[in-house]
Design a protein around this ligand. Structure first.
Ligand SMILES: Cc1ncc(COP(=O)(O)O)c(C=O)c1O
Length: 304
């Protein structure tokens, strides 16, 4: 993987208050390995390929709509690396073809092993078995989060991000917010908007980052992957006004919560906020499929 030569745009989102809000379009970095996924994989893959150039093999974990699974499969295709996804939910072995994320991953050459939710929760044990079975493989944890991922996230920051008072990202496994926290300027506060209801996140982010300049703010609206009608309305309004597409699991929830906090005067006057668009737009197809079955409003897909 290379550091892409493109400069990522930072777009201002107009507000009626005396606060400046911007979005860094990290999602534009790669059409399929988008946003934070690119940077979380960057050093993981780089270090591994230096040591295993001959028959590289990557194993990773994810749920049925995982952006990380989609990204790893695309990366495997592009770099000619065999990939194996350990997928949560044994029932999916009979119906994964109905799932756009898994279909995309399989078309990119990814093989799957479907495991029960109980087995998936015990990922440490699964990892031990896989290490014995395939000792030369690179095993990347769920969401790609580990120390190398945190190092990669530093590339989301540059001279153009230094002056902002707040750096905001959505949080799943915590690697991205930990990287922003570790590499932020001393005057910056990092806000992580949690897409999962997980009390252990604060400790894991702190141990990856080593700094206390971050705050986690609940944004999951009832749990990971839960999509409310309010969330859909927000995403559709936001994209119509700004021309920026959001998705319902991470960036849609983060931006909705940022707007609520602005309304509640959480941010001091004159402050500047930079929210990272961490990608994940591949998940919209799957979400709309589910919403359609439930006869609910759909997420509008715009061309940006
Ligand atoms: C679109 C999107 N935003 C945010 C996140 C959260 O990142 P992390 O797992 O590093 O907290 C993810 C997961 O990788 C994601 O796919």
């Amino acid at each position: 993987m290379k550091i892409p030569g493109i400069s990522i745009p930072i777009i201002q989102i107009p507000l009626e208050k005396n606060i400046r809000l911007f979005m860094k379009r990290e999602d534009l970095i790669h059409p399929e390995i988008s946003g934070n996924k690119y940077w979380k994989l960057f050093y993981n893959i780089g270090h591994y390929l230096e040591q295993n150039p001959e028959k590289p093999f990557i194993i990773t974990f994810g749920g049925a709509f995982s952006n990380h699974i989609a990204a790893v499969s695309a990366l495997g295709r592009d770099l000619g690396i065999k990939t194996l996804g350990i997928i949560r939910g044994e029932e999916l072995q009979y119906k994964w073809r109905e799932n756009p994320t898994l279909t995309f991953a399989q078309e990119n050459g990814m093989d799957f092993r479907f495991v029960t939710r109980a087995e998936y929760r015990n990922k440490e044990f699964l990892t031990q078995i896989l290490e014995k079975e395939l000792p030369d493989a690179l095993i990347i944890p769920e969401g790609g989060t580990n120390k190398s991922a945190v190092e990669g996230v530093q590339h989301m920051l540059n001279d153009g991000t230094k002056s902002f008072d707040y750096l905001c990202t959505a949080v799943g496994t915590g690697g991205t917010v930990a990287g922003l926290s570790k590499f932020a300027e001393d005057h910056q506060k990092v806000l992580g908007f949690t897409a999962v209801n997980d009390d252990s996140l604060n400790d894991s982010v702190l141990s990856l980052s080593g700094k206390k300049n971050f705050e986690l703010i609940g944004a999951h609206e009832g749990g990971y992957g839960k999509i409310s009608d309010g969330n859909i309305r927000f995403i559709n309004n936001f994209s119509a006004k700004s021309g920026i597409q959001l998705e319902p699991v991470y960036t849609g929830k983060m931006m909705k919560k940022i707007f609520e906090l602005i309304e509640e005067d959480f941010f001091p006057e004159n402050s500047s906020i930079l929210a990272f668009h961490t990608g994940g737009l591949q998940g919209i197809d799957g979400a709309n499929g589910m919403l359609k079955k439930q006869h609910r409003p759909l997420i509008n897909v715009i061309k940006s």
